[in-house]
Design a protein around this ligand. Structure first.
Ligand code: HPA
Length: 273
């Protein structure tokens, strides 16, 4: 069976990055659409464009940059991805999760995943932050399908609690201290790139979704396989069924994510150690 992006590729990527950053990141952060503002708060930055890293895919979406940033947030060594790889761009799952595996080889033990998502839960409003408590995958593929690299993790990883309970509770306490309202819910991962039909939205709500988006699920699966602790956030950038009829615009998603992303940035800074 062909092994695309195998351990050797990940090791070569990690070696290259290690030489550039000269430190060990403990927390990885994936910055979703419009959430790049966090980068301004990272101190003593080393910035590496994906295009320079051996074997790294390159992102193609507007609002997603394509850089790895190593540095410190409140004294904690972190590595952030400004730009991620989506299944809808045409990457296979091994490429989508490649950076997560490289992060693990760099020393990352905990991963914070952020995204922009459409609200399914009618209690949610545009601009809300949702802590992801669980997910449902509607992807037709899984990053762990095929050859299992035992160095990464087990053949059948447990997925009964993908998001770390203790870290979630710490996050809620911090949010309360900072006066940030944090909703909680289940993230529905879909392939995109089309937005949902009205019937699909009824279906996704019915099966238990609170928010819907086109990323995150493969990344969580790979991170759990690697034994990382995971935390996830959605910025609710649009209502899946708008209360006032309105056509979906990606520019609005980026705009809301940038504005509400500020609350998320403030929170993330407090939970990285
Ligand atoms: N659906 C899917 N993905 C999304 C949405 C949506 O409504 N908003 C932002 N990402």
């Amino acid at each position: 069976m062909e092994k695309i992006h195998n351990l050797r590729h990940c090791l070569e990527s990690a070696e290259f990055i290690k030489k550039k950053i000269g430190g060990t990141p403990k927390v990885g952060i994936i910055l979703g659409s419009g959430l790049g503002g966090l980068v301004d708060d990272i101190e003593e930055k080393s910035i590496i464009p994906y295009s320079e890293i051996p074997h790294f895919p390159v992102s193609t979406v507007e609002g997603h940059k394509g850089e790895l940033i190593y540095g410190f947030l409140k004294g904690s060594p972190i590595i952030a991805m400004a730009g991620r790889f989506h299944y809808y761009e045409g990457y296979d799952m091994a490429n989508v999760v490649f950076p997560i595996r490289v992060m693990k080889l760099l020393g990352v033990e905990k991963l914070i995943i952020t995204n922009a998502a459409g609200g399914l839960n009618t209690d949610f409003e545009v601009g809300d932050l949702m802590l992801i408590e669980d997910f449902i995958s509607r992807f037709p593929d899984n990053p762990l399908r095929g050859f299992n690299e035992e160095e990464f993790g087990p053949r059948f990883p447990d997925m009964s609690e993908p998001f770390d309970k203790e870290w979630i509770e710490q996050t809620f306490s911090k949010a309360e201290e900072l006066d940030i309202i944090l909703k909680r819910g289940t993230y529905m991962g879909v392939t995109g790139p089309v937005l949902e039909t009205k019937a699909e939205i009824r279906f996704l709500k019915l099966i238990g979704g609170d928010a819907v988006g086109m990323s995150t699920v493969p990344e969580v699966i790979a991170a759990i396989h690697l034994g990382m602790k995971v935390l996830g956030f959605s910025v609710i950038t649009n209502e899946s069924i708008p209360k006032v009829a309105k056509e979906f615009a990606h520019a609005d998603v980026v705009d809301v994510a940038q504005r509400s992303g500020k609350k998320l940035v403030a929170l993330v800074k407090e939970i990285v150690n």
